[in-house]
Design a protein around this ligand. Structure first.
Ligand SMILES: C[C@H](O)[C@H](O)[C@H]1CNC2=NC(N)=NC(=O)C2=N1
Length: 187
């Protein structure tokens, strides 16, 4: 089976998130706050007085500007996966990504068709640079020579956190047009 499964990039050392970054994460660039719905208490692993938490699930989360946020470390003891309902809401913000339930673990995934095998590897390199700078890492698949698939979830807690959506949003902002197979014009 011609399948190349690149291993998850999982080697970065623990990052300390600067206070300024946490502030930015909490309040976003824009002041458009959105309450995370009534299931907030299930998703929030800390009270709103602890809004500076490094957990992936926060009490309040701006639905805007995901890509401007910074991933937080996934090793917080009280990190919990977000509920499917909250994930569905954030999913609207990451165009092209889908959510799947993989044996009880919610994951994000998106696929692209690239021009060639090596363009697929170039694609991964661009994604890897973001993953390393965020300290949050996707699973990268290059299948059948030109099908790129990326899966994202938070391995540490077997589920989705805001980190996963931040990473997906940043991947969406990558310039990859030069690597993608052009669609054939309709006859
Ligand atoms: C300390 C550091 O944040 C963790 O080891 C990170 C590294 N990258 C990661 N990436 C993903 N997708 N899930 C994780 O749980 C994870 N853990």
């Amino acid at each position: 089976m011609s399948r190349l499964l690149l291993p998850t990039l999982f080697s970065i050392s623990r990052k300390q998130v600067p206070a300024a970054s946490l502030f930015h994460n909490l309040y976003g660039r824009h002041k458009s706050f959105v309450h995370w719905t009534s299931e907030m208490s299930q998703d929030s692993v800390r009270s709103s007085t602890n809004v500076g938490s490094v957990s992936g699930a926060r009490t309040f989360c701006s639905l805007e500007d995901l890509s401007a946020k910074k991933c937080v470390p996934c090793n917080a003891k009280d990190l919990r996966p977000m509920t499917e309902q909250s994930a569905q809401e954030l999913l609207q913000k990451v165009v092209g990504w889908e959510m799947a339930n993989d044996n009880g673990t919610l994951k994000l995934h998106r696929s692209w068709i690239v021009k060639s095998f090596t363009k697929g590897l170039d694609f991964f390199k661009r994604v890897a640079d973001i993953a390393e700078s965020e300290g949050h890492h996707p699973d990268l698949h290059l299948v059948g020579w030109n099908n790129v698939k990326i899966e994202i979830w938070t391995h540490a807690i077997d589920g989705l956190t805001e980190n996963d959506f931040i990473l997906a949003a940043k991947i969406n902002e990558l310039q990859v047009e030069d690597l993608l197979r052009k669609k054939k014009a309709a006859q």
